[in-house]
Design a protein around this ligand. Structure first.
Ligand code: NAI
Length: 392
């Protein structure tokens, strides 16, 4: 069938198999053009199918030759409904990895569950023995805990309500939006979903099963951003979860001998998760404009190549005073932030096309679902029922 994008709010409900494959291929080719990294050789990536997790998996496999086991929560095609982008990405990743003689298997299921943890442990024991790196790159809207209770995360501010500019990406209109503060219950729930509890549960389960190599490293991703995003991010409900994640990194290092936990603070980028946060997409489109003009723009794959190639696996890890790896170093440069704040002050519906990179935002958005990739024939019929080799 012919697959076209169907955009609903923050997501696209269709994904193009050939486009997603091309997207993965482009990322692999980028990594292959970079110097090889002397990184880990057996890696578990939790949240491996899209965004930062997918790029982590690609960078580690094709730069340091790592065997990768990926955990994802994606849907296969059903009838005329396409699979999710992460499904197609994973099918393509495994195909390319196998071509290069790299081990790649995937587990599709709820990473928060004990069943998936047990399945992963079984696979590591059977195929890899132990892993020397665990990447935790989950971005989930909800979590069902061990008692069956469902926690839902919210994207709200905390304390008092907060008003600032936002953009309706569809109409390209800039307007004020007021974000209500999260309740205590909502904050608790957001921390349950996006904080470090499940990361620590994973490390605890892996350690108890003796599938962590000596001196294993585990890394989870966070965001800090400039003051103008703080009420929505760092001081918002998601920020409370990220603080918990940072605390967990320290606890993991202290409580599990031989395991070192890191937080990598990444750049703000268009992914399926960040598109849903109010205010942030306008900031991202101004940031893209400024960073592209300065020749500093990076996507997920450039960020993750730099993380493993320069910051984490190249000698001793380059951390800041808080022990965090800073991949947001270019985003947070004074000249970049000064320019973004200046644009933020003046941006309005009338000038947003000139000041912000809305087209760049949309390009990244469509690409995430396999659309707008050069070299893909979007008028051709494609089979949507693609299988992930290791799950077939
Ligand atoms: P994403 O939405 O592209 O990726 C999320 C991944 O988690 C996917 O592989 C998905 O299949 C998987 N997943 C979701 N729920 C799952 C579940 N219950 N079980 C198993 N897998 C599940 O998100 P993105 O943006 O790559 O986020 C990854 C991490 O990076 C998050 O911690 C996020 O906060 C962080 N981050 C994102 C930034 C951004 O601008 N996008 C900036 C800095 C950090």
């Amino acid at each position: 069938m012919m697959v076209t994008p169907k955009v609903r709010g923050f997501i696209c409900t269709t994904a193009h198999p050939a486009g997603c494959r091309e997207n993965v291929k482009e990322q692999i080719e980028y990594v292959k053009r970079q110097p090889k990294a002397d990184g880990p050789k057996k890696v578990l990536v939790i949240g491996a199918s899209t965004g930062y997790g997918l790029s982590s998996r690609i960078a580690l496999a094709f730069s340091s030759g790592a065997a990768t086991l990926g955990v994802l929560f994606e849907k296969p095609a059903a009838g005329s409904r396409t699979a999710t982008a992460g499904w197609y990405n994973t099918a393509a990743f495994e195909e390319f990895a196998q071509k290069d003689g790299l081990y790649a298997k995937s587990v599709n299921g709820d990473a928060f569950s004990k069943e998936v943890k047990d399945q992963v442990i079984g696979l590591i024991k059977q195929d890899l023995g132990q892993v020397d790196m665990v990447v935790y790159s989950l971005a989930a809207p909800r979590r069902t805990d061990a008692n069956g209770k469902v926690w839902s995360s919210v994207l709200k501010t905390t304390g008092a309500s907060y008003t600032n500019k936002t953009i309706d990406l569809k109409t390209r209109a800039v307007s004020d939006v007021t974000i209500e503060p999260a309740t205590e219950e909502e904050i608790t729930a957001t921390v349950k979903v996006m904080g470090g509890e499940d990361w620590k549960d994973w490390i605890s389960a892996l350690k108890a099963a003796d599938v962590l190599a000596p001196n294993v490293v585990t890394v989870a991703y966070s965001y800090i951003g400039p003051a103008l995003t703080h009420p929505m991010y760092l001081d918002g409900s998601i920020g409370m979860a990220k603080r918990h994640l940072a605390k967990t990194a320290k606890e993991i290092t202290q409580e599990f001998p031989g395991v070192t936990g890191y937080i990598s603070v990444n750049k703000a980028l268009v992914t399926q998760s960040s598109a849903a946060i109010p205010i942030v997409p306008l900031y991202i489109s101004l940031l893209y404009k400024v960073m592209k003009e300065k020749g500093l723009h990076e996507g997920c794959i450039e960020q993750m190549t730099r993380l493993f190639g320069e910051k984490l696996c190249n000698g001793s890890p380059q951390v800041d005073g808080e022990g965090m790896l800073r991949l947001d170093d270019w985003e947070m440069r004074d000249d970049v932030q000064r320019e973004v704040s200046r644009l933020w002050e003046t941006v309005a519906t009338e000038n947003v096309e000139q000041l912000a990179d809305i087209d760049g935002y949309w390009e990244d958005f469509y690409r995430m679902f396999g659309f707008h990739l050069p070299g893909v024939d979007y008028d051709a019929d494609v089979a949507v029922d693609v299988s992930i080799p290791s799950l077939a």
